[in-house]
Design a protein around this ligand. Structure first.
Ligand SMILES: C[S@@+](CC[C@H](N)C(=O)[O-])C[C@H]1O[C@@H](n2cnc3c(N)ncnc32)[C@H](O)[C@@H]1O
Ligand SMILES: Nc1nc2[nH]cc(C(=O)O)c2c(=O)[nH]1
Ligand code: SF4
Ligand SMILES: [Mg+2]
Length: 210
Protein backbone atom coordinates (compact mmCIF):
# COMPACT_ATOMS: atom_id res chain seq x y z
CA UNK A 1 0.00 0.00 0.00
CA UNK A 2 1.26 3.50 -0.79
CA UNK A 3 2.53 5.43 2.25
CA UNK A 4 0.00 8.23 1.67
CA UNK A 5 -2.90 5.81 1.63
CA UNK A 6 -1.71 4.13 4.84
CA UNK A 7 -1.35 7.51 6.57
CA UNK A 8 -4.84 8.41 5.44
CA UNK A 9 -6.29 5.19 6.88
CA UNK A 10 -4.40 5.68 10.18
CA UNK A 11 -5.75 9.23 10.31
CA UNK A 12 -9.29 7.83 10.05
CA UNK A 13 -8.70 5.11 12.64
CA UNK A 14 -9.14 2.37 10.01
CA UNK A 15 -5.55 1.25 10.48
CA UNK A 16 -3.66 1.47 13.79
CA UNK A 17 -0.01 0.92 14.77
CA UNK A 18 -0.36 -2.43 16.52
CA UNK A 19 2.40 -3.25 18.99
CA UNK A 20 1.05 -6.52 20.39
CA UNK A 21 -2.13 -8.39 21.22
CA UNK A 22 -2.40 -11.05 23.89
CA UNK A 23 -4.95 -13.01 25.87
CA UNK A 24 -4.32 -12.75 29.59
CA UNK A 25 -5.89 -11.83 32.92
CA UNK A 26 -6.61 -8.14 33.55
CA UNK A 27 -4.06 -7.54 36.30
CA UNK A 28 -5.09 -4.09 37.54
CA UNK A 29 -7.98 -2.13 38.94
CA UNK A 30 -11.69 -2.93 39.00
CA UNK A 31 -11.59 -5.89 36.57
CA UNK A 32 -8.47 -7.54 37.97
CA UNK A 33 -8.72 -11.31 37.77
CA UNK A 34 -10.93 -11.27 34.68
CA UNK A 35 -9.74 -12.94 31.48
CA UNK A 36 -9.37 -10.36 28.73
CA UNK A 37 -7.81 -9.89 25.32
CA UNK A 38 -5.36 -6.97 25.28
CA UNK A 39 -4.69 -4.85 22.21
CA UNK A 40 -1.65 -2.61 22.64
CA UNK A 41 -1.55 0.30 20.20
CA UNK A 42 1.81 2.03 19.70
CA UNK A 43 2.38 5.77 20.04
CA UNK A 44 2.61 7.89 23.18
CA UNK A 45 4.26 11.27 23.79
CA UNK A 46 3.31 11.70 27.46
CA UNK A 47 6.76 10.60 28.63
CA UNK A 48 6.25 9.10 32.12
CA UNK A 49 9.82 8.37 33.33
CA UNK A 50 8.65 5.13 35.01
CA UNK A 51 6.52 3.86 32.10
CA UNK A 52 6.66 0.07 31.92
CA UNK A 53 6.19 -0.07 28.11
CA UNK A 54 8.56 2.53 26.71
CA UNK A 55 8.92 0.33 23.59
CA UNK A 56 5.38 1.43 22.74
CA UNK A 57 6.17 5.15 22.50
CA UNK A 58 7.43 5.37 18.90
CA UNK A 59 4.43 4.64 16.67
CA UNK A 60 6.75 4.20 13.68
CA UNK A 61 8.14 1.03 15.21
CA UNK A 62 4.73 -0.66 15.08
CA UNK A 63 3.13 -1.74 11.82
CA UNK A 64 -0.05 0.01 10.71
CA UNK A 65 -2.62 -2.79 10.95
CA UNK A 66 -6.14 -2.93 9.51
CA UNK A 67 -8.75 -2.81 12.27
CA UNK A 68 -10.74 -5.67 10.63
CA UNK A 69 -7.74 -7.89 11.33
CA UNK A 70 -7.53 -6.71 14.96
CA UNK A 71 -11.29 -7.21 15.49
CA UNK A 72 -11.38 -10.69 13.91
CA UNK A 73 -8.47 -11.84 16.04
CA UNK A 74 -9.88 -10.39 19.27
CA UNK A 75 -13.28 -12.01 18.85
CA UNK A 76 -11.67 -15.47 18.82
CA UNK A 77 -10.35 -15.11 22.36
CA UNK A 78 -12.56 -13.24 24.76
CA UNK A 79 -15.74 -11.24 25.33
CA UNK A 80 -13.70 -8.56 27.10
CA UNK A 81 -11.26 -6.51 25.07
CA UNK A 82 -8.84 -4.08 26.74
CA UNK A 83 -7.39 -1.41 24.47
CA UNK A 84 -4.16 -0.01 25.85
CA UNK A 85 -0.85 1.33 24.60
CA UNK A 86 1.04 3.52 24.26
CA UNK A 87 -1.70 6.09 24.54
CA UNK A 88 -4.71 4.77 22.60
CA UNK A 89 -6.35 8.21 22.47
CA UNK A 90 -3.48 9.37 20.25
CA UNK A 91 -5.67 7.79 17.53
CA UNK A 92 -9.33 7.78 16.53
CA UNK A 93 -10.75 4.85 18.50
CA UNK A 94 -14.19 5.19 16.81
CA UNK A 95 -13.93 2.60 14.03
CA UNK A 96 -12.11 -0.03 16.13
CA UNK A 97 -14.59 0.14 19.02
CA UNK A 98 -17.65 0.27 16.74
CA UNK A 99 -16.34 -2.92 15.10
CA UNK A 100 -15.79 -4.62 18.46
CA UNK A 101 -19.27 -3.62 19.68
CA UNK A 102 -20.77 -5.01 16.45
CA UNK A 103 -19.39 -8.37 17.60
CA UNK A 104 -20.98 -7.92 21.03
CA UNK A 105 -17.64 -7.53 22.76
CA UNK A 106 -17.06 -5.45 25.90
CA UNK A 107 -14.71 -2.54 25.17
CA UNK A 108 -12.41 -1.35 27.94
CA UNK A 109 -9.75 1.36 27.64
CA UNK A 110 -6.64 2.13 29.66
CA UNK A 111 -5.84 5.80 29.10
CA UNK A 112 -4.07 8.83 30.49
CA UNK A 113 -6.85 10.91 28.94
CA UNK A 114 -4.24 13.23 27.46
CA UNK A 115 -6.10 13.49 24.12
CA UNK A 116 -9.77 13.88 23.18
CA UNK A 117 -11.92 10.87 24.01
CA UNK A 118 -12.99 8.91 20.94
CA UNK A 119 -14.60 5.47 20.76
CA UNK A 120 -17.52 3.60 22.28
CA UNK A 121 -16.58 2.25 25.70
CA UNK A 122 -18.14 -0.06 28.26
CA UNK A 123 -15.37 0.78 30.74
CA UNK A 124 -12.97 3.70 30.94
CA UNK A 125 -9.95 3.48 33.24
CA UNK A 126 -8.47 6.96 33.55
CA UNK A 127 -4.88 7.10 34.82
CA UNK A 128 -3.94 10.80 34.80
CA UNK A 129 -0.36 11.90 34.31
CA UNK A 130 1.32 15.11 35.55
CA UNK A 131 3.22 15.72 32.29
CA UNK A 132 0.05 15.86 30.15
CA UNK A 133 -3.12 16.32 32.12
CA UNK A 134 -6.42 14.77 31.04
CA UNK A 135 -8.24 16.60 28.25
CA UNK A 136 -11.80 17.95 28.42
CA UNK A 137 -14.46 16.24 30.51
CA UNK A 138 -13.09 12.69 30.50
CA UNK A 139 -13.12 12.68 34.33
CA UNK A 140 -16.93 12.71 34.17
CA UNK A 141 -16.92 9.69 31.85
CA UNK A 142 -14.37 7.58 33.76
CA UNK A 143 -15.63 4.40 35.42
CA UNK A 144 -12.37 4.00 37.28
CA UNK A 145 -9.64 6.45 38.33
CA UNK A 146 -6.27 4.74 38.78
CA UNK A 147 -3.50 6.98 40.06
CA UNK A 148 0.08 5.68 40.05
CA UNK A 149 1.94 6.47 43.27
CA UNK A 150 5.67 7.06 42.85
CA UNK A 151 6.14 9.33 45.85
CA UNK A 152 4.14 11.06 48.59
CA UNK A 153 3.20 14.02 46.39
CA UNK A 154 1.07 11.68 44.31
CA UNK A 155 -1.56 11.48 47.05
CA UNK A 156 -2.35 15.19 46.53
CA UNK A 157 -2.40 14.66 42.78
CA UNK A 158 -4.79 11.73 43.30
CA UNK A 159 -7.18 13.86 45.39
CA UNK A 160 -7.17 16.63 42.77
CA UNK A 161 -8.35 14.17 40.14
CA UNK A 162 -10.79 12.41 42.47
CA UNK A 163 -12.53 15.77 42.97
CA UNK A 164 -13.34 15.84 39.23
CA UNK A 165 -14.78 12.36 38.64
CA UNK A 166 -18.43 11.30 38.84
CA UNK A 167 -20.05 9.80 41.94
CA UNK A 168 -19.87 6.18 40.76
CA UNK A 169 -16.24 6.27 39.67
CA UNK A 170 -14.16 3.73 41.60
CA UNK A 171 -10.92 5.18 43.02
CA UNK A 172 -7.61 3.28 42.97
CA UNK A 173 -4.06 3.97 44.10
CA UNK A 174 -1.48 1.74 42.38
CA UNK A 175 2.19 1.54 43.38
CA UNK A 176 4.73 2.40 40.69
CA UNK A 177 6.36 -0.98 40.17
CA UNK A 178 10.03 -0.07 40.67
CA UNK A 179 9.33 1.53 44.07
CA UNK A 180 6.59 -0.84 45.18
CA UNK A 181 8.41 -1.94 48.34
CA UNK A 182 8.63 1.67 49.51
CA UNK A 183 5.24 3.04 48.43
CA UNK A 184 2.91 0.07 48.99
CA UNK A 185 2.98 0.54 52.80
CA UNK A 186 2.23 4.27 52.29
CA UNK A 187 -0.74 3.38 50.08
CA UNK A 188 -2.00 0.86 52.64
CA UNK A 189 -1.93 3.51 55.39
CA UNK A 190 -3.51 6.12 53.10
CA UNK A 191 -6.39 3.84 52.11
CA UNK A 192 -7.11 2.96 55.75
CA UNK A 193 -7.21 6.70 56.56
CA UNK A 194 -9.16 7.56 53.39
CA UNK A 195 -11.38 4.58 52.65
CA UNK A 196 -12.99 6.02 49.54
CA UNK A 197 -9.77 4.78 47.88
CA UNK A 198 -8.86 1.14 47.11
CA UNK A 199 -5.47 -0.47 46.54
CA UNK A 200 -4.66 -1.69 43.01
CA UNK A 201 -1.62 -3.92 42.46
CA UNK A 202 -0.16 -5.01 39.13
CA UNK A 203 -1.14 -8.60 39.91
CA UNK A 204 -0.03 -9.91 36.48
CA UNK A 205 3.56 -9.04 37.42
CA UNK A 206 3.30 -11.13 40.60
CA UNK A 207 1.73 -13.94 38.56
CA UNK A 208 4.44 -13.71 35.89
CA UNK A 209 1.95 -13.41 33.07
CA UNK A 210 1.79 -10.75 30.31
C1 LIG B 1 1.29 1.44 30.01
S1 LIG B 1 -0.15 2.36 30.35
C2 LIG B 1 -0.93 2.49 28.75
C3 LIG B 1 -2.22 3.25 28.75
C4 LIG B 1 -2.13 4.76 28.93
N1 LIG B 1 -1.04 5.34 28.24
C5 LIG B 1 -2.07 5.11 30.40
O1 LIG B 1 -1.00 5.51 30.88
O2 LIG B 1 -3.10 4.95 31.06
C6 LIG B 1 -1.23 1.17 31.17
C7 LIG B 1 -1.38 1.34 32.67
O3 LIG B 1 -0.14 1.01 33.29
C8 LIG B 1 0.14 1.98 34.27
N2 LIG B 1 1.60 1.95 34.48
C9 LIG B 1 2.54 2.20 33.55
N3 LIG B 1 3.77 2.05 34.05
C10 LIG B 1 3.62 1.66 35.34
C11 LIG B 1 4.52 1.36 36.39
N4 LIG B 1 5.84 1.42 36.22
N5 LIG B 1 4.01 0.99 37.59
C12 LIG B 1 2.66 0.94 37.78
N6 LIG B 1 1.75 1.22 36.82
C13 LIG B 1 2.22 1.59 35.62
C14 LIG B 1 -0.41 3.26 33.67
O4 LIG B 1 -0.62 4.29 34.61
C15 LIG B 1 -1.71 2.77 33.09
O5 LIG B 1 -2.71 2.74 34.08
N1 LIG C 1 -2.27 -8.52 32.64
C1 LIG C 1 -2.18 -7.21 32.37
N2 LIG C 1 -3.08 -6.37 32.90
C2 LIG C 1 -2.98 -5.06 32.55
N3 LIG C 1 -3.81 -4.05 32.91
C3 LIG C 1 -3.41 -2.92 32.30
C4 LIG C 1 -2.30 -3.20 31.51
C5 LIG C 1 -1.72 -2.25 30.55
O1 LIG C 1 -0.54 -2.31 30.23
O2 LIG C 1 -2.49 -1.39 30.09
C6 LIG C 1 -2.01 -4.56 31.68
C7 LIG C 1 -1.02 -5.46 31.18
O3 LIG C 1 -0.06 -5.12 30.47
N4 LIG C 1 -1.17 -6.78 31.54
S1 SF4 D 1 0.93 7.78 29.36
FE1 SF4 D 1 0.91 5.54 29.59
S2 SF4 D 1 2.08 4.70 27.83
FE2 SF4 D 1 2.45 6.91 27.91
S3 SF4 D 1 4.37 7.08 29.03
FE3 SF4 D 1 2.72 7.28 30.56
S4 SF4 D 1 2.32 5.20 31.30
FE4 SF4 D 1 3.56 5.02 29.43
MG1 LIG E 1 0.98 -3.10 31.49
Amino acid sequence: MALNETMNLVEKGLMLPLMEEFYTIQGEGFHKGTAAYFIRIGGCDVGCHWCDVKESWDAEKHPPTAIEHIIDNASKYSDTIVITGGEPLTWDMGPLTIGLKAKNLQTHIETSGAYPLTGVWDWICLSPKKLKLPFGDIHQKANELKVIVYNKSDFNFAEEHASKVGEDCVLYLQPEWSVRDKVTPLIVDYVMQNPKWKVSLQTHKYLNIP
